[in-house]
Design a protein around this ligand. Structure first.
Ligand code: FE
Length: 231
């Protein structure tokens, strides 16, 4: 019998990106951690995108995608906008500053260190996901800073992962102090009183019950009534 420890997969390190594409006049984008450079001559990159996601359809049609490299200080709300809402229901770019690449694909301009546009040269069917391999056709550095990593997002920002992400794990790890934590039933964000919600001026040590009435999930915007006690 084969013993497979899923925690071994958590030892793989990743960055965190917004991947955008277009289809006719429409545009869409999503959060992805699965971006990597394949070769240098010519520069090629790859990204793995869930087939259920609208961005997959857009890249398949237009044969172009853009990777925006998130800065470490990116607010959870921007990750929530692109990671926990579907482009089938909302305009992902509503209220977001963006510009167009040479190929006419939008890239987000706030909290972004660099963007890379790639023309798809190969599509690999990987079951639930498609791996798009692209040759870089436009790229620019917008500002210097530390890129966001998947580990930092989880450990420091306490972010959550949508079910269509490659790294999604259905069974969440047991927490050591589960008593006062509350989980967002919409996106899985965990409110930890020991951390508070610094982006919304909630200081560490604030119990969930003491959060102001108007407080909403910093990732997906759900109200307090959508939260459930963990465990
Ligand atoms: Fe949420």
């Amino acid at each position: 019998m084969i013993f497979l420890n899923p925690k071994a997969l958590h030892k793989i390190s990743y960055g965190l990106y917004i991947v955008t594409s277009k289809k006719g006049n429409q545009m869409n984008g999503q959060i992805a951690n699965t971006v990597f450079q394949i070769s240098n001559e010519p520069p090629t990159i790859a990204v793995s995108i869930n087939k259920q996601n609208l961005t997959n359809e857009f890249i398949s049609e237009s044969k172009v995608f853009v990777v925006s490299v998130l800065a470490q200080e990116v607010p959870l709300s921007l990750i929530g906008q692109f990671g926990f809402k579907s482009g089938r229901e909302v305009d992902k770019f509503a209220g977001v500053n963006y510009k167009l690449t040479q190929g006419g694909v939008p890239y987000v301009t706030d909290h972004i260190l660099a963007y890379l546009e790639a023309k798809v040269i190969q599509e690999v069917d990987a079951g639930t996901h498609t791996i798009f391999i692209g040759e870089v056709t436009d790229a620019e550095v917008l500002k210097e800073g530390t890129p966001m990593t998947y580990a930092y997002y989880h450990q420091v920002k306490r972010g959550s992962v949508p079910k269509t992400a490659p790294a999604f794990t259905p069974k969440q790890e047991e927490s050591t102090v589960p008593m006062d934590k509350y989980v967002c039933s919409i996106c899985g964000y965990i409110y930890d009183p020991a951390v508070g919600d610094p982006e919304n001026d909630i200081p560490p040590g604030t119990p969930f019950e003491k959060l102001p009435e108007g407080w909403t999930c910093p990732v997906c915007g759900a109200g307090k009534d959508e939260f459930e006690k963990e465990g």
